[in-house]
Ligand binder design. Structure first.
Ligand code: ATP
Ligand code: MG
Length: 441
């Protein structure tokens, strides 16, 4: 029979990879909690119209990357390709935008039909932040600092913040005319993709990954030069605030978002260890989006990070924590006692591994040693019959030294007290303060 495989670009995450993911997720959660940002969870499936309007028909994402289909009720549905449109949709739907500024974050899978490669998948994950209802420049810098500090806290090295301003829609209309004029004279030098965009989404050409086009663009007019005074001053202020926070940045005049509701600040954070897929985080201000989705005009600033790219950077740094207790057992009665005790210990919040091999004790000890575990609980048939267990340290630890139980020494305790005794030993308490030695049977 043909063996079924995951779809192209859809990736299974297995241990120990999931451990790195859990660490990233835990750190993000804590980071946002400290910053007064609440978590929002929106559906993976949305009406196609949300993204057509919220991201724009002329973008790659909507034009050729969406997973869209008709459901059984003949509604056009799309697996979400990004989070911002959904978060703004939900904020409008639940009336959040009339309740003052909203600070929201999310984490979860996104879907884009792209060519899979390292750091680029069809199902991938983003951690994202959206700050709604504050137009002030400080909000731009607050958002950028939250991204920058999360990456730094995770221990990601070699980061670079690239920043640009898109000005107001009016600034951009003027610039678009200039740019299109300039590009039309050089249309024959453009790659086919960019030539197509000349009519639909010319600003996106600036973002082209084609080398020759990039080279050509180095001489193109720049948006910064056509900005109105207000936009110019606002951008200067953002740069000053970044300096005040000691966040280094470089100006990247070709960093753009192609759509009208994007305004002012646009930024990306890249990492020099990621090869071709260097951008870990992208974001910017989108003051026109809420109105575009039928809500009240509301300022917005946000970003999204690619979790796969983050994990690629962190994979080597995370180590599994060893079990605190390993339960070794052999014999019919012993196996039952071991199962019972293991459950007790786990319910007492300890990390416990139970050996289910039924192998000789020598083999079980070898395995236990390899886990790096602290304390061994040994239950043989004889111990089980009389209701005791043996305790023995597997490795030298501060708790071992504190316990007064020497390496290599075995200590027999009543099975009924085993759980409490193990807990005390792992707490660093000396053996003498534990209960009295049972009389050998
Ligand atoms: P790219 O230019 O790499 O395609 P993008 O501009 O499409 O990126 P955004 O929509 O800004 O990306 O998404 C934010 C972040 O999500 C990116 O910086 C990247 O880290 C991550 N990302 C985007 N698409 C993918 C994907 N297909 N697989 C993995 N991560 C992705
Ligand atoms: Mg993309």
């Amino acid at each position: 029979m043909e063996r079924l495989q995951a779809l192209r670009g859809m990736v299974d995450l297995l241990p120990p990879q999931t451990m790195v993911w859990q660490q990233v997720e835990a750190q993000a959660r804590q980071h946002f909690q400290h910053a007064g940002v609440g978590e929002i969870r929106t559906p993976l499936l949305e009406a196609t119209a949300l993204f057509a309007r919220g991201i724009g028909e002329a973008t790659d994402v909507v034009g050729k990357e969406m997973y869209s289909f008709q459901d059984r009720g003949r509604r056009s549905c799309t697996m979400r390709p990004e989070g911002t449109a959904s978060v703004v949709r939900a904020s409008i739907q639940h009336g959040l935008l009339s309740q003052g500024p909203q600070r929201l974050w999310y984490m979860g899978p996104m879907f884009r039909y792209e060519r899979p490669q390292a750091g680029r998948q069809r199902q991938f994950h983003q951690i994202g932040l959206e700050l709604l209802g504050v137009a002030d420049e400080r909000s731009d810098v607050d958002a950028i600092a939250l991204a920058w500090d999360l990456l730094a806290d995770l221990g990601v090295q070699g980061l670079q913040l690239q920043i640009n301003t898109l000005g107001t829609p009016e600034d951009r209309r003027c610039y678009r005319e200039q740019l299109v004029g300039w590009l039309e004279q050089r249309a024959h030098e453009l790659d086919p993709d960019s030539r197509r965009r000349l009519g639909s989404n010319p600003l996106r050409i600036l973002d082209s990954k084609n080398q020759a086009t990039q080279h050509l663009l180095s001489g193109a007019p720049q948006l910064l030069e056509t900005l109105g005074k207000g936009s110019r001053e606002r951008f200067d202020r953002v740069c000053q605030l970044l300096q005040a926070l000691d966040i280094p940045f470089v100006l990247q005049p070709r960093l753009v978002r192609g759509l009208d509701y994007y305004t002012h600040t646009a930024f990306e954070i890249t990492c020099d260890q990621l090869g071709a897929q260097a951008t870990v985080c992208g974001g910017g201000r989108y003051d026109g989006l809420a109105a575009m989705l039928g809500g009240p005009p509301t300022a917005g600033m946000g970003w999204a990070m690619g979790v796969e790219r983050l994990v690629l950077l962190l994979a080597q740094q995370v180590k599994a924590s060893p079990p605190q207790v390993v339960v070794l057992n052999r014999g019919d009665t012993a196996q039952v006692s071991a199962l019972v005790l293991t459950r007790q210990l786990r319910r007492a919040n300890l990390h416990v591994e139970l050996d289910l091999s039924g192998a000789a004790f020598a083999r079980q000890f070898k395995r236990a040693d390899r886990t790096g575990g602290g304390l061994a609980v040994i239950i043989g048939e004889q111990e089980a019959q009389v209701g005791v267990v043996k305790l023995k340290w597997l490795h030298q630890t501060p708790q071992q030294r504190g316990s007064g139980l020497a390496m290599g020494e075995e200590w027999t305790v009543p099975a009924a007290e085993a759980s409490g005794t193990v807990g005390r030993l792992l707490n660093g308490e000396p053996r003498a303060q534990s209960q009295a030695e049972p009389t050998p049977v």
